[in-house]
Design a protein around this ligand. Structure first.
Ligand SMILES: [Zn+2]
Length: 100
């Protein structure tokens, strides 16, 4: 008789879901915030230094990419869940300040 081994995690079907990621706003970016409609523009002295990029999927199909100011995403109630901030740590925003 074969024993049922429950130690193994059942395979989950690969399911693309909408997700959010926290990223540093890069110089030269020209996108608009989905929530407030203002530009996500890189500015060294601005408060908005980070953006939330959302990949929106519907039924496993990529629909669109949405950009939010970090604060706007929170204000919008985090529609695509808590943003993944694991990619934002590698970039030191302070190092991009202008030499004057
Ligand atoms: Zn905004």
């Amino acid at each position: 008789m074969t024993r049922q081994n429950t130690a193994r995690v059942p395979r989950k079907p690969k399911h693309w879901q909408s997700r959010a990621a926290l990223r540093t706003i890069m110089p030269g970016a020209d996108t608009r915030c989905t929530h407030c409609g203002e530009r996500l523009k890189f500015a060294a002295k601005q408060r908005h230094k980070r953006q939330v990029i959302c990949n929106v999927y519907r039924r496993g199909v990529w629909l669109s990419m949405q950009h939010y100011h970090e604060a706007c995403y929170v204000a919008a109630g985090q529609p695509y869940g808590e943003p993944d901030s694991s990619h934002v740590n590698g970039l030191q925003v302070g190092q991009l300040s202008s030499q004057s």
